[in-house]
Ligand binder design. Structure first.
Ligand code: 3HC
Length: 670
């Protein structure tokens, strides 16, 4: 097998080039090639300096994650980077694309770094439940200081080359299209400079105040995760210990995290997210339909949020409403949202104007005739949706994709009202649609492969994570929510409180529990609207106008800042129901809440897979991570069940009398 590493001589400069598509991950062959090339440069008396650069779209994007958990082949990355730094001839990293993780560590071990202005540098290991394990936590603070090192390692977001240059991480920004030539020229300029600057030999002062402030500021973001604290601890060690000892500490922490379930879960999600984009029976090279103009029907919260995704990606949107007032309100909300983003400095005023300039609000339904994709986002009524699709069928150009944002309804029934069911698909966005990353793409019985491929590709362009779901009530996510809600309500009748159930879910790592979620979404959602018909606790709350946060009263009472407190009135209502139904009230343990609200979700996930309504278990995990805030360090419900042990989950379900999915009982979930 040919090595992914080759060398080229440019006079006295040896250029070492990696060509390991797609992202130049530092797998064994790359490490071996780099080791050999550095040795060649050191041994050759005519070489005075070296440049390391990569072919393709990026500098090394990190260690090869697929090698994790397997026996490591020599040379290990920590050894390789130390060898690079120890070279007695200067080594220059020439960075383009993204120098991430181990790739950033290779760059930090080089004596100098030059970068294309569009390049980014980062240590995203924390997002895989890890820390930079090849000296990164020790070299980064020594070069860039404690503050930036904490930001980069514990949060994991990459920084642009300009910021890296300001912090001393990059010595020179060079031409975007002349990286190699400029890096060689730079190497010639420093080839004789002595001493050679080595990051490990620098010192960095302790800064306990900065560490304390950073930890406090980010406590919410880090809640439940093991890796951020380990990253912080390593950076602190860099300020207290000589490099050789600090790096030992880093290594031990890296191995501890690597063996843990959190990192396994986060690595699972990294690959699951990418896998989700692939549809088993739709070839990757399927010809896509061009989407140059999108139509959205409905300018309410959903329609507005959906439109923003396309506007932000530079795709014009025609948005249709029935009344001028609703249209104005919808367009106004979109502008307000953009302006709020701009006020936080995350958008330039001219970008706000560009996005708003691409929005075409209209009352004329026929204006949708020229759109390439039309997304219906009106309220959940099959009759209304059928009427809309019949009208769309009559006016839309051939080949246009007709999508519904329905959360529950049967896409096949909607498609059957048209003469082109192959062009009909579900695009289920999650609220707020401009923020939440999940998109469930609902595949109808007759949806054409190129329609699916186009929508999956478009999802990436609007920065969504798309998962394919089959036609089933509630698709993947909401279908799994149903058994959870049913059990949560039963638990109230048996003696639990909304606070207890929500607390157990939050302690598990969910952003909120089932009742907090009801209050946020609206207790009145799906309510029959007849205050005299009170059949359950939810009906009783809705009848009293306790519609949730919007009314400052739901399962909780809320103050003006929307801070919840337990509600004595709700306790009374629950008590009243318990009495009337004659239920025996008892102490409910937290463990029982987990077994009765979370295990049934896993069970439902298994049924969805058995019925072929999701392609793979990891897709179900992606839905729950990106659509509902399932804690990523638990890897999604299906990964969690596996890591807990299917036997334990089955035993819990059996104990409470649930009908257990066969694949869960057999442990054959895929
Ligand atoms: N190892 C193995 N495979 C990787 C990889 C890595 N570090 N990074 C990306 N890939 C694979 C992806 O799985 C994907 O494979 P597929 O085509 O078969 O699905 C392919 O490369 C392309 O990746 P993306 O679809 O993500 O391409 P993008 O262009 O959207 O993004 C990227 C490129 C920004 C580099 C993104 O892939 C990324 O963030 N990669 C991970 C970076 C990272 O976490 N690095 C740290 C690794 S841990 C480490 O270095 C430990 C060290 O400290 C010891």
């Amino acid at each position: 097998m040919t090595s992914p590493i080759r060398t080229e001589r440019h006079g006295e400069v040896l250029v070492i080039i990696s060509d390991n598509p797609p992202v130049n991950a530092l797998g064994a062959a790359v490490r071996q090639g780099l080791e050999a090339a550095i040795k060649e440069g050191v041994a050759d008396a005519s070489v005075e300096a070296m440049v390391i650069r990569c072919d393709g779209r990026t500098f090394f994007a990190g260690a090869d994650i697929t090698e994790f958990g397997k026996p490591m082949q020599e040379p290990a990355l920590p050894m390789l980077v130390d060898m690079i730094e120890a070279s007695d001839k200067p080594v220059v990293a020439a960075i383009h694309g993204t120098a991430l993780g181990g790739g950033c560590e290779v760059a930090l071990a080089c004596h100098y770094r030059v970068a294309a202005p569009s390049a980014k540098l980062g240590t995203p290991e924390v997002k895989l439940g890890l820390l930079p394990g090849a000296g990164g936590t020790q070299r980064l603070p020594r070069i860039a200081g404690v503050g930036l090192a904490l930001e980069m390692t514990a949060k994991g977001d990459p920084i642009p080359a300009r910021k890296a240059a300001d912090a001393g991480l990059v010595d020179k920004l060079v031409g975007e299209d002349s990286l190699e030539a400029d890096a060689i020229a730079f190497a010639r300029g420093i080839k004789a400079a002595r001493p050679i600057p080595r990051a490990s030999q620098r010192e960095v002062r302790p800064d306990p105040d900065a560490v304390a402030a950073f930890t406090k500021e980010n406590s919410r973001r880090f809640r439940g995760f093991d890796a951020p604290a380990a990253n912080i601890a390593c950076v602190v060690k860099a300020t207290e210990l000589p490099y050789a000892e600090g790096v030992q500490f880093e290594r031990a922490e890296f191995m501890r995290l690597m063996m843990g379930v959190q990192s396994a879960a986060q690595r699972h999600i990294f690959f699951a997210e990418r896998q989700a984009a692939k549809i088993d029976d739709v070839p990757a090279d399927t010809q896509l339909r061009p989407i140059r103009h999108v139509g959205v029907i409905g300018a309410g919260t959903m329609g507005g949020g959906i439109s923003m995704n396309f506007l932000s990606a530079g795709i014009p949107v025609t948005i249709v409403e029935m009344a001028q007032e609703a249209l104005d309100r919808g367009a106004g909300t979109i502008r307000k949202n953009y302006e709020a983003t701009a006020a936080k400095g995350r958008m330039k005023p001219e970008q706000v104007e560009a996005a708003m300039g691409a929005l075409i609000p209209t009352l004329d339904f026929d204006a949708l005739a020229e759109c390439d994709l039309i997304i219906e986002a009106v309220y959940e009524s099959m009759d209304v949706k059928k009427e809309i699709f019949t009208r769309l069928d009559a006016i839309c150009k051939p080949g246009a994709i007709l999508a519904s944002n329905t959360s529950y309804l049967d896409i096949d029934e909607i498609a059957a009202t048209t003469k082109r069911p192959e062009d009909v698909v579900g695009m289920h966005f999650f609220s707020p649609a401009n923020v939440m990353k999940l998109l469930e793409v609902v595949r109808g019985a007759r949806t054409a492969p190129d329609v699916l491929a186009t929508v999956m590709d478009l999802a990436k362009k609007i920065r969504k994570v798309a998962v394919v779901a089959g036609v089933t009530y509630g698709f993947i996510g909401n279908r799994m929510l149903m058994p959870r809600q049913v059990e949560a309500n039963k638990l109230l009748m048996e003696g639990a409180t909304p606070e207890q159930i929500d607390r157990v879910h939050v302690a598990f790592g969910m952003p909120m529990g089932p009742f907090q979620m009801s209050d946020l979404a609206g207790v009145d959602i799906g309510w029959h609207r007849d205050p005299s018909r009170i059949e359950n606790i939810r009906d009783a709350l809705a009848a009293e106008g306790r519609w949730g946060q919007k009314k400052q009263a739901g399962f909780y009472d809320y103050d003006e800042k929307r801070q919840p407190t337990p509600s004595p009135r709700v306790a009374e209502i629950i008590e009243d129901f318990r009495r009337k139904s004659g239920s025996t009230v008892r102490e409910i343990s937290d463990e029982e809440i987990v077994e009765r609200t979370l295990y049934p979700m896993v069970n439902e996930g298994a049924l969805i897979l058995e019925e072929g309504k999701a392609q793979r278990a990891s897709d179900v995990d992606v839905v729950w991570i990106y659509g509902y805030g399932w804690p990523v360090y638990r890897g999604g419900p299906m990964f969690w069940a596996k890591s807990e042990g299917y036997d334990k989950v089955v035993a819990g379900l059996d104990k409470h009398g649930f009908k257990v999915a066969q694949s869960l009982r057999d442990g054959t979930i895929r």
